[in-house]
Design a protein around this ligand. Structure first.
Ligand SMILES: [Zn+2]
Length: 453
């Protein structure tokens, strides 16, 4: 495994060194192999690609797929017939198995995606090696040799703050790390009240801190107020986008480097941010197409409607020309940081923190904290939580026809009330929305909508 990762790092380094032409060449040959493999071994792709030429080297030749299509044809989608929806759901329903191997060889995770529709993704070990190699490549971009020495001196102590209680990508990664590194890894739940989170971090004193982005912004407030007193070398953020100036503020508050990545369960190694604030897409391992609403290419410099991705590593469940739903803008000129990989900014994922006034001061809840207990309910196919009045939330659910709508509602409501109670917000009313989730501009569903000012 280690040897495999080193080979991948070497290959990535050499490819990037040779520039854009070599990166495009890698992408073409890997795409051709992926398509050939998907056609040979996935009944769904065999059907989809029936009329395509024998060799396909460009993602633009492929029909578009999305989460709905792949989830509906789950048993036909994979290239391993043992990967069935029944087996995957049985695994997902057991929280004790988070981070364990599915069918003794795969990594399995569920999405907390921005579309509110639950997905189950199965990933092979080769892909996990690519993830490790890409993460090491990012760390090399973010940190100086002296930063690495500081991290080693503090035995690489790492704290992760995340949505717990489900098979989410971050929780799966955390469980794996914890198993390997024991006490050097601290896993903290985003459900924890802020006072407890601050106390635990002060005690643990991480050298590396991995929160999702809106949580990092809240921790920066705590550090500024003096309640939090930690000195990490690196904050590695994930999950959401923040206003650009927030990254600089977080770095100043902690006197630390801030690394940010933009990825998805569908493609965990997608991109990472450079010191110029641009996300560089790992185009040697993912074909990334910003497109308009008709799936036609959008020129660099223009905001896209969505983006189509092809994951060029994962063979067990091919993700090819997949509509991710995020709106991106690609930089038209070379990035001043010198990285030849395409540079983008993402508009789709914003951190919709909800703020509630209480006698004891403002309580702020990041979107993942609120969405996680709803996502965890079986039978919810789409949901939206709107902060409609200062002390009222409205939950709009789309429920699968096979489920009992009232039972699903009660379970989602109870989960949400539990989270509110943990944060001293028992008085907030949770109302059942009559209408289905509303589609926002650009066709995207926002899971969590803050109170409008
Ligand atoms: Zn750059």
């Amino acid at each position: 495994m280690a040897e495999h990762v080193i080979r991948l790092i070497w290959d990535a380094w050499r490819t990037r060194k040779k520039g854009a032409g070599a990166i495009a060449q890698r992408q073409r040959s890997r795409l051709a192999d992926m398509v050939a493999d998907a056609r040979a071994n996935s009944p769904l792709y065999r059907e989809l690609y029936r009329d395509l030429p024998d060799r396909v080297e460009s993602a633009e030749q492929l029909p578009v797929t999305d989460k709905k299509m792949l989830m509906e044809r789950f048993d036909d989608w994979g290239t391993d017939r043992a990967v069935t929806l029944e087996a995957a759901e049985a695994f997902v329903e057991d929280p004790k198995r988070i981070g364990e191997l599915f069918l003794d060889k795969y990594t399995l995770m569920t999405t907390s995606g921005t579309t509110g529709r639950r997905g189950i993704f199965v990933v092979d070990s080769h892909t996990m090696a690519v993830v490790t190699a890409m993460m090491l490549r990012w760390m090399g971009d973010w940190l100086s040799p002296s930063d690495f020495l500081k991290i080693i001196a503090r035995r690489g102590r790492m704290a992760m703050v995340m949505a717990t209680g489900g098979h989410f990508a971050s929780a799966v990664a955390a469980a794996r790390l914890k198993k390997r590194r024991g006490k050097q890894v601290e896993i903290l739940s985003a459900h924890m009240p802020m006072t407890e989170l601050v106390a635990r971090l002060n005690h643990f004193q991480p050298a590396l801190l991995a929160p999702y982005a809106s949580m990092a912004a809240m921790l920066a407030d705590e550090q500024e107020a003096g309640r939090l007193d930690i000195h990490p070398v690196l904050l590695a953020l994930s999950a959401e986008g923040l206003p650009q100036e927030e990254y600089g503020r977080i770095a100043r508050m902690f006197n630390a480097k801030v690394g940010n990545s933009y990825a998805a369960s569908e493609c965990m190694f997608m991109s990472a941010m450079c010191d110029q604030g641009w996300l560089h897409v790992n185009a040697d391992w993912v074909a990334f197409e910003p497109v308009d609403a008709d799936y036609l290419p959008v020129a660099p410099g223009e905001q896209s409607h969505t983006v189509l991705i092809s994951n060029l590593a994962n063979r067990v469940q091919p993700i090819l020309r997949y509509d991710l739903g995020d709106s991106v803008l690609q930089r038209p000129d070379p990035c001043p940081c010198g990285n030849p990989l395409p540079a983008i900014r993402v508009q789709g994922r914003s951190a919709d923190v909800l703020t509630f006034r209480t006698a004891g001061g403002n309580v702020r809840l990041p979107p993942l904290t609120l969405s996680q207990p709803i996502e965890a309910v079986c039978g919810v196919t789409l949901f939206q939580l709107a902060h409609t009045e200062p002390e009222k939330l409205q939950l709009r659910l789309q429920i699968s026809s096979a489920a009992n709508a009232d039972a699903v509602w009660r379970e989602a409501e109870a989960g949400l009330r539990g989270v509110l109670a943990e944060h001293g917000l028992e008085h907030v009313v949770v109302e059942r929305g009559g209408e289905p989730p509303e589609q926002g501009r650009g066709g995207k569903f926002r899971e969590v909508i803050p109170l409008s000012a």
